[in-house]
Design a protein around this ligand. Structure first.
Ligand code: 6R9
Length: 636
């Protein structure tokens, strides 16, 4: 088990140094010892960031599902692979063993084949968080079809764009989905989307809510009868290391979403290795990541990473607020969850409710808490640490991206001492660099700049589907020979990294570069503030001035608003300096967010600029209705 499971800080530094000095030997050993291959590689790594071209384990052959399923059958056939926890707490949870998962994936794979799907074909999966979502994903991988999972909350326009961009031949969906107290007519959305998707030949429909839907003759098929007639056995397609495994769309700052392409071997090795270490997963643990499989977090850390380690992973259909805000804690108690991985936006929403609901449940099983998706502000970090982890479970603040495939900067729990708001140290094999605006690398500690990565890692995206030029321009053109993340970061006196936010969110006020995250952090320290977002707007004297959107906690709403504004600016002055004080503070009930919880500053910026004509497609937002509300109450 050499180097596979890191257990103390000295070992981290030792393994880290080795992974940097001899990356090829390092990754070769991990790949060799912990995975099964149909054929080993001829060359571990070949790369050229100027093209850019990155190839890991070239010449190797494998199937990722043999690593996630078949190889566990000898020792873990009856171990639970997936615990399905339904939206409605009264509906029983379902425990799917490794053997059952293997059989269900084969059945699904055989159905896909019967519909003419072959290696290399693209399949769109638009399914809510039910077992069939994970099963469909793995079934594609089993037969070498490229899956494109689209979050089953996106609009028909967003769905159609994604189906057409990569020419999907088949769509998997459900009649409908549950979301808290609501049901959503998924099949209706698919039907609308498919009006503009001539390339789709078949649609497989899972029955989930048993609603009346229309089935188009010859195109639409109920899944269950097809599964019932399909064999539970099936040969896995032999894939080359660099064959595409999936496409996942991430929103670009402008227009067309980017279809990030991830390939097979490197993605498998890196997600499995990070999962094992970042969550310190042990054989009997129950792991829960609350993300949706429609996001990269779900791909890498609900499905592939956990299953490649033979872990038990929870698939949760519900939302944190249904039937009440105690739902997460109830699930942790019920399934004795050991590792819990969620997003700052969820933590803040739950913290807003006060501690009573958390205290009601037994959370003593928890060993590791994770955070991902955006910078976690200090207040949320402490709330999570005190109330959920009871100061006993380290928080891993994991920084990474759809493009990176796996976790890049993170503490290793019980190994790396944590520090609130710091993602801390690069993971094994990751070589970060901070760059200044002129393209010079900032060496040493106590520096702040733009975060780049100098050397390839196995799970990096290889291209943007159908647009390699855009891939090159977006990620490899800003700094010569480096992957540019788009994020800003600082490195403190001990070498810990703190992500300061997207670089395009940096605002220059009177010549000072101000990152949004530290200012928002300061605002959120005010006891009446639940959440905030700041953007810049043009100012005659300062160049830009700051406009803040602030959500108050319930009791804050009764307070005098002008006083609150003064107090907020006082806190900012103390934490950052008077330069960062806000010129305008608008109190609001919500902030426009992506479905994965990221604040859409682009929209807030437009509102602050009073540029309302080009807000763009807001239908993919979690809460499009707040846009109107904010616009109406905008401060002149
Ligand atoms: C995994 C995921 C990527 C962007 C990334 C950064 C932000 C993610 C973060 C974080 C600070 C963290 N981000 N994790 N910022 N601290 N721990 O979220 O992928 O949806 O592609 O977003 O999210 O700005 O560049 P994705």
């Amino acid at each position: 088990m050499s180097n596979y499971h890191i257990k103390h800080l000295e070992e981290y530094y030792q393994v880290y140094r080795k992974s940097i000095r001899e990356p090829e030997n390092f990754w070769e050993e991990i790949a060799e010892e912990h995975f099964i291959w149909r054929k080993k590689w001829d060359k571990v790594l070949e790369w050229d960031f100027s093209k850019p071209e990155i190839k890991w384990f070239q010449g190797a052959q494998l199937n990722i599902t043999e690593n996630c399923l078949d190889r566990h059958l000898a020792t873990r056939a009856n171990k639970t692979a997936i615990i399905f926890e339904p939206n409605n707490p009264d509906e029983p949870a379902e425990h799917i063993s490794y053997l059952q998962l293997y059989q269900r994936v084969n059945q699904f794979a055989n159905v896909l084949k019967s519909k003419g799907i072959k290696k290399g074909d693209r399949v769109c999966i638009y399914v809510p968080m039910i077992p069939e979502l994970a099963i469909a994903t793995l079934a594609c991988a089993r037969i070498g079809a490229v899956h494109s999972v689209v979050f089953a909350g996106f609009s028909s326009t967003a769905l159609a764009t994604r189906i057409n961009d990569c020419d999907c031949k088949l769509v998997v969906t459900a009649d409908g989905s549950y979301r808290g107290a609501k049901t959503i007519d998924l099949k209706g959305i698919v039907d609308e989307a498919l009006d503009s998707c001539p390339g789709v030949e078949s649609v497989l429909v899972v029955k989930r809510i048993d609603s009346e839907i229309t089935m188009k003759e010859g195109r639409d098929f109920w899944l269950q009868p097809l599964l019932d007639n399909a064999s539970t056995e099936g040969e896995a397609e032999v894939m080359d290391a660099e064959d595409p495994l999936f496409i996942l769309y991430t929103s670009g700052s402008t227009g067309q979403p980017k279809g990030m392409v991830h390939t097979t071997a490197g993605y498998m090795v890196y997600t499995a290795y990070t999962f094992k270490n970042v969550f310190q997963y042990r054989e009997k643990d129950v792991y829960w990541c609350t993300a949706d499989i429609g996001w990269i977090t779900g791909h890498s850390y609900i499905v592939y990473g956990p299953l490649a380690n033979g872990a038990t992973t929870i698939l949760f259909e519900g939302v944190p607020s249904y039937p009440d805000f105690g739902r997460f804690w109830e699930v942790i108690e019920k399934h004795k969850v050991n590792q819990f991985y969620t997003a700052p936006t969820a933590i803040r929403a739950l913290a807003k409710q006060g501690p009573e609901l958390v205290e009601k449940y037994d959370l003593s099983s928890l060993k590791v808490l994770g955070s991902v998706g955006e910078p976690i502000n200090e207040e949320a970090w402490h709330w999570y640490n005190d109330n959920v982890g009871k100061r006993k479970s380290p928080i891993v603040d994991t920084w990474w991206q759809t493009e990176t495939g796996g976790i890049m900067i993170t503490p290793i729990p019980y190994v790396t001492p944590t520090r609130p708001t710091y993602a801390t140290l690069p993971f094994i094999g990751i070589q970060p660099a901070l760059m200044d605006a002129t393209g010079t690398e900032l060496k040493g500690n106590q520096v702040e700049g733009r975060l780049c990565i100098k050397f390839p890692w196995p799970s990096m995206a290889r291209t943007i589907w159908g647009n390699h030029q855009r891939y090159k321009e977006t990620y490899f053109s800003a700094y010569d020979g480096m992957y540019f993340t788009g994020d800003g970061a600082l490195r403190d006196e001990v070498g810990y990294y703190r992500i300061t936010g997207r670089v395009d969110d940096v605002i220059i006020v009177s010549g000072h570069n101000l990152g949004t995250a530290p200012i928002e952090d300061a605002i959120n320290e005010h006891p009446a503030v639940a959440e905030s977002a700041i953007v810049g707007f043009p100012h005659d004297v300062k160049g830009n001035a700051l406009y803040g959107y602030v959500i108050l906690k319930d009791f804050g709403e009764t307070r005098d608003q002008d006083n609150l504004r003064k107090e907020i600016n006082q806190i900012i002055s103390e934490h950052i300096g008077p330069i960062a004080k806000l010129d305008k503070i608008q109190f609001t009930t919500g902030l426009p967010k992506t479905r994965s919880g990221k604040i859409m500053r682009r929209i807030l910026r437009k509102i602050a600029h009073n540029d309302l004509s080009t807000l763009g497609d807001i239908s993919t937002l979690l809460n499009p209705e707040v846009v109107e509300d904010i616009t109406k109450n905008r401060l002149e």
